[in-house]
Design a protein around this ligand. Structure first.
Ligand SMILES: CC(C)(COP(=O)(O)OP(=O)(O)OC[C@H]1O[C@@H](n2cnc3c(N)ncnc32)[C@H](O)[C@@H]1OP(=O)(O)O)[C@@H](O)C(=O)NCCC(=O)NCCS
Length: 221
């Protein structure tokens, strides 16, 4: 999602208290209480930890990564507040965020986010960003497959949307590559650096995903 719903200015400052409260929350579904660990061929997806803040700052705050997404936090403390917010939103059942951790590493090099656009995630939106040192390695596709499976099989999503600035060649290429369908252009829908950008709307339907999954899995592994 180009427009990340997180706003640093809205956050409480006691990030440890926020995370403790989120993890204690009474929930109706397991993922709302504990984000599962998903293991792929190249990366593991798990919930963000406060200790991921320094690596996320170095991975996601570069100009090439941040150019077409909502401005990420600019400090370690800002990323800690973002991480606390992801736990709180997950416990509330609105949103889930996965850290992307390459096999052999311990810290996050990127994130996948999924948020509900309708109650119960029937229509949901996803977004992603990974450090540019890991672009073109196959890690995006490895993680994306698990996140889309998670959305359709665990959360119960029917329609998964993504928005990518039309000028974001890699973002659009990545979505096309995993089988998303381009539905149209949302004109002047994303404000970035004082300029309204057009965005491409990409969707994956659960039925399409299940039909094409066998073929797609064969292509990316
Ligand atoms: C989006 C992102 C996670 C994708 O990860 P990645 O490792 O770069 O993705 P991949 O290399 O697997 O796939 C990108 C595809 O786009 C293609 N591509 C690259 N530049 C392109 C361009 N200008 N136009 C069209 N396609 C392009 C690549 O060739 C590749 O396809 P291929 O593997 O078939 O050759 C990563 O680029 C990123 O973090 N970007 C910054 C954040 C961002 O823009 N997020 C998107 C929000 S929707």
């Amino acid at each position: 999602m180009e427009k990340m719903p997180f706003r640093d200015s809205d956050m409480l400052t006691d990030v440890h208290a926020v995370i403790a409260a989120a993890n204690l929350a009474t929930t109706v579904s397991n993922w709302r209480r504990t984000v599962p660990v998903l293991t792929g061929s190249m990366v593991t997806l798990r919930e963000l930890r406060l200790s991921d803040a320094p690596s996320l700052l170095s991975m996601l705050s570069t100009e090439e990564v941040a150019r077409f997404i909502s401005p990420p936090p600019t400090t370690i403390e800002g990323f800690e507040r973002f991480i606390a917010w992801t736990h709180r939103e997950r416990a509330a059942g609105n949103y889930v965020c996965f850290a992307v951790v390459p096999h052999g590493m311990d810290t996050a090099i990127g994130i996948f986010q999924v948020r509900q656009l309708e109650p119960d995630f029937a229509t949901a939106e996803w977004g992603f960003a990974i450090g540019s040192a890991f672009w073109g390695t196959g890690m995006f596709a490895d993680g994306a497959k698990m996140v889309v499976d998670f959305a359709f099989d665990v959360i119960g999503t029917h329609r998964l949307e993504a928005r990518a600035a039309v000028a974001n060649g890699r973002g659009n290429g990545a979505l096309r590559k995993i089988g998303a369908v381009q539905e149209g252009v949302l004109r002047k829908s994303f404000l970035r650096d004082g300029e309204y950008l057009d965005q491409t709307l990409w969707t994956i339907l659960d039925e399409d995903w299940r039909r094409s999954k066998a073929v797609w899995v064969g292509q990316v592994h």
